[in-house]
Design a protein around this ligand. Structure first.
Ligand code: FAD
Length: 495
């Protein structure tokens, strides 16, 4: 049997390990932490359960497809349901919008609350769907660095959907020409942050993202986001994958242009295939000690990071739902501060996620588990301690103002995560949430492929490589990488 080593057990590492095991490989996963999941992990504090990282679950078809590939009934491992209300939006001028995952209902709501043109909203969502179905299906599901991707019929069809503003303008410019109300523009600009980008820089092409949330919908995994990790680990074990925790890979063994295995716990572990789920920067810098490739990776801007507060709240807040966003007054100034000045903004947009709204047992009775995410620049050596203390007060002031209540006195217990901790705990270079940003028009093409021509037998998956960050794309990267492994293996067998 052929042997595979997977470095890291983030969502893509887990999905990749499962796929390789199903393909017949003997698979060993080496994980630096004592637990699986990477960013997709959780913790408990004083009776409150918190998902540590991701909070929004979209495109369950990716995990469905993985279970189908493995020939296992997903319902034995993982339950989820659709959420009708994708997000509660709060604007600084006092306006509020409920973003329903039903186009008609959302258009009505935007018309009623903001005076937005209903037809404009419906038209935007239709175009977003067409763009996603054409462009997304080609570019997100295949390697962009293989000729095969470019020489097929669907690419022509896909390219026909692309209009000049998708390529030449920014997402903000695109939204400005689609809507007349500033709040609607801000709401649709926000989708740039789906992959840690800046709406004033990322191309209009990103207008395909709202389709995911507003047409396809958002979903809630029973037990919270950690259930995704738990389901994947259980499936991997069922398929014979062996996990080794507290086992940081020190080096990838290379011989005559081929990956031959890894060094871990000072021992050589030989394998036919190595799949790295570690951040591509650290893969080149630490595991391959390749300064040239490390430098190439450094040329791409990292996605933004985040400051996260986990607050156990003493009481319930009926006006809040699972996902809530409190917008800044001046979005342009906020993104300029984050991406150009690399500082936190003093009137930040605050995202509040509360899973205890969805099921009992995640917080003590009558209380709530708040996960607050504030966009932050990637770590370039700022004074995070000082910035966090300042930010905490700004967030309390903002939420107290918006909800007309004293938030500080409702906090019973708290924890935090900052870009430094994100890098320490998940090996994400500069604490980025989504690998590299999509702020340039060429970002999709410059993101590192899922293989390298320089080292045979070495492949990459996860948020820092193609097609990018976020759980859905991580699932896709594992699929693309393992399909490349399969193709290469078949080629070898043939020769
Ligand atoms: P990671 O989660 O990055 O894990 C990599 C793993 O590799 C880690 O476990 C690490 O310990 C291990 N590793 C690294 N180096 C080594 C080594 N040398 N040896 C052994 N092991 C190693 N996405 C969404 O879809 N929805 C959201 O709402 C969302 N919100 C987010 C909020 C936060 C705060 C964060 C941090 C991320 C969020 N994301 C969200 C992004 C999403 O979490 C990531 O894109 C995804 O989880 C990354 O998975 P990955 O496969 O790249 O691996």
């Amino acid at each position: 049997r052929l042997k595979a080593v997977v470095i890291g057990s983030g969502v893509a590492g887990l999905a990749g390990a499962i796929r390789l095991a199903v393909m017949g490989y003997e698979v060993d996963v080496f994980e630096r932490n004592a637990y699986a999941g990477g960013k997709l992990s959780f913790f408990e504090k004083d009776g409150f359960l918190f998902d540590a990282g991701p909070s929004l679950f979209t495109q369950p078809q990716n995990i469905e497809e993985l279970f189908a590939f493995a020939g296992e009934p997903i319902e034995d491992y993982f339950q989820y349901r659709k959420v009708d209300l994708s997000c509660n939006y709060f604007f600084e001028n006092g306006k509020r919008v409920k973003a329903w995952t039903d186009a008609e209902r959302l258009a009505d709501e935007l018309h009623m609350q903001l005076g937005e043109d209903k037809a404009a909203v419906l038209n935007y969502l239709r175009k977003s769907e067409t763009l996603y179905n054409n462009i997304g299906s080609v570019f997100l599901n295949h390697s962009l660095h293989k000729r095969k991707t470019w020489f097929n019929k669907s690419i022509l069809k896909a390219l026909q959907t692309v209009r000049l503003p998708h390529l030449t303008g920014t997402l903000h410019g695109f939204n400005q020409s689609a809507f007349k109300k500033p709040e609607t523009i801000q709401l649709f600009d926000r989708f740039a942050t789906y992959n840690g980008s800046n709406p004033y820089q990322t191309p209009g092409m990103m207008s395909l993202i709202p389709h995911l949330e507003l047409n396809e919908g958002t979903f809630y995994p029973e037990g919270g986001m950690i259930s995704i990790t738990n389901a994947l680990v259980k499936l991997a074990e069922k398929k014979g994958v062996r996990f080794h925790f507290n086992s940081a890979v020190q080096r990838i063994i290379q011989f005559q242009g081929e990956a031959k295995g890894v060094v871990v716990n000072d021992e050589n572990v030989f394998a036919d295939v190595v799949l790295s789920n570690a951040d591509i920067y650290f893969t080149y810098h630490q595991l391959l000690a390749d300064p040239v490739q490390t430098n190439n990776v450094l040329k791409q801007e990292r996605s933004c990071s985040g400051m996260i507060f986990y607050w156990g709240m003493k009481r319930e807040f009926p006006e809040l739902h699972l996902h809530n966003i409190f917008f800044s007054k001046n979005y342009a100034a906020e993104f300029n501060t984050l991406f150009q000045q690399k500082r936190l903004y003093n009137d930040p947009t605050v995202y509040v996620n509360i899973t205890s709204k969805m099921e009992e047992g995640l917080a003590p009775k009558g209380k709530e588990n708040w996960f607050l995410l504030i966009n932050a620049p990637s770590n370039v050596g700022q004074n995070w301690e000082q910035m966090r203390i300042q930010l905490r007060q700004q967030v309390i002031d903002k939420l107290s103002r918006s909800l007309q209540t004293d938030i500080a006195s409702a906090i019973e217990t708290e924890e935090y995560l900052d870009p430094i901790r994100i890098e320490e705990r998940t090996g994400s270079f500069m604490g980025s949430l989504y690998g590299t940003s999509s702020n340039s028009k060429m970002a999709a093409f410059l993101r590192h492929p899922n293989f390298t021509n320089k080292i045979e037998g070495l492949y990459f998956c996860g948020g820092s490589v193609h097609p990018g960050g976020g759980i859905p794309l991580c699932f896709k990267s594992a699929k693309i990488a393992t399909e490349l492994i399969h193709q290469d293996q078949t080629k070898h067998a043939y020769h």
